[in-house]
Design a protein around this ligand. Sequence first.
Ligand SMILES: Nc1ncnc2c1ncn2[C@@H]1O[C@H](COP(=O)(O)OP(=O)(O)OP(=O)(O)O)[C@@H](O)[C@H]1O
Length: 473
Amino acid sequence: MKNTEKTMEKIVNLCKGRGFIFSGSEIYGGLANTWDYGPLGVELKNNVKKAWWKKFVQENPYNVGLDAAILMNPQVWVASGHVGGFSDPLMDCKECKERFRADKVIEDWCQENSFDLGHSVDAMSQAQMKEFVEEHNIPCPSCGKHNWTDIRQFNLMFKTFQGVTEDAKNTVYLRPETAQGIFVNFQNVQRTTRRKLPFGVCQVGKSFRNEITPGNFTFRTREFEQMELEFFCTPGTELEWFAYWKDFCHQWLLNLGMRDENLRLRDHDPEELSHYSNATTDFEFVFPFGWGELWGVASRTNFDLTAHQNTSGKDMTYFDQEKNEHYIPYVVEPSLGADRVTLAFLVDAYDEEVVDAEKNDVRTVLRLHPALAPFKCAVLPLSKKLADKGREIQAELSKYFMVDYDDAGSIGKRYRRQDEIGTPYCITVDFQTVGSDTDEADNAVTIRDRDTMEQVRVPISELKGWLEEKLAY
Ligand SMILES: Nc1ncnc2c1ncn2[C@@H]1O[C@H](COP(=O)(O)OP(=O)(O)OP(=O)(O)O)[C@@H](O)[C@H]1O
């Protein structure tokens, strides 16, 4: 019997083979864990971003959107603490010269050896990490030897120059998070929208981090997209809003079909909390390579706005008319990686279903929520003679949805190809649809459901409405 275990290798192969995700700059041998989204991948990731925007902005009574520049005044990153402190603990293997993140080496070692640290690695100081690595004789994941350098901090900010001269004066950074674009625009948004607290500002955009060890496919890359909300509220109400957004984020994942058993919500211990945070929860997803952070939800107090007020000298307070006082709002931030959550949806949806054990017949199905699926349906004429009708249906439905068309090969093979890319509905056009000399056309098509493989007959005139209902979320 075919091995139906879900592995990263199978998922990566499907992504490359079917045009979801390709290696970046492949014809030049690639570039360290960079990835390009292909025709199906761009649809999937766009659908993820659209689903986020729909629930966090369009349908949300509190939030508005923003699209800030990637390059910002370098003072922003001084104020936010990134220039001084946005770093990871770096450790080199003296034998093979490979470099690693000390916290990840410890985390992976604990996972492999079922060692319970009793707390998160993030709660450990640099000295404690070094001591742990020595005490447990942790080997280099690359060469297996144990001969480490000391741990030192490595800043993750990408630097470049703006303008014609390459000097310190012209140094700018590629933003390592989208959040600061929101904070610096707090007054602009509040003034122009005339919002009262509480309200939130959402942004989707690229971020860049010079990660020490990118890897695990699109889980950790140096260029990635984030979907962040900064939710501004009255001091003292932040923990209620923290609980509210945690639940909202959780429901967003579940409503899009992610299975709860593949998720866990991990609250940060007091020692692990950032100095400015009074509550943080990481949503983690179980990938084939282990649990990994998907979504960080943090109550950030008034740290960011205060820092910008102090550094810029500009007033960042909000005037509360009811209380008749000025204060700096508190902030709750749910921060989600678009690429990471897209990968999680892919992993969660991937399934190899045994259709007929005796015949060793296994189909690969991406059980993506219809709202996320790259194609909402595929039009499959049973015979090339039905191409005109098929193309006509495709052209009509394409005004509203992404629609695939396939007339090559047996219908069984065509169903399997659509199953593999997650198309929820296959629409077959047959001779009954168009009629013949002896039979009248019924102007209907057969729709086959990806998950149940059941079929229903639907009049062509009702197709759009039928699909819309299925795609709603
Ligand atoms: N290098 C990366 N590649 C892809 N997504 C990322 C990367 N770094 C962060 N993200 C995404 O952005 C979200 C918010 O970023 P945050 O700064 O909280 O991550 P982090 O705690 O530094 O992540 P990690 O511990 O995995 O490095 C993460 O939950 C993740 O989904």
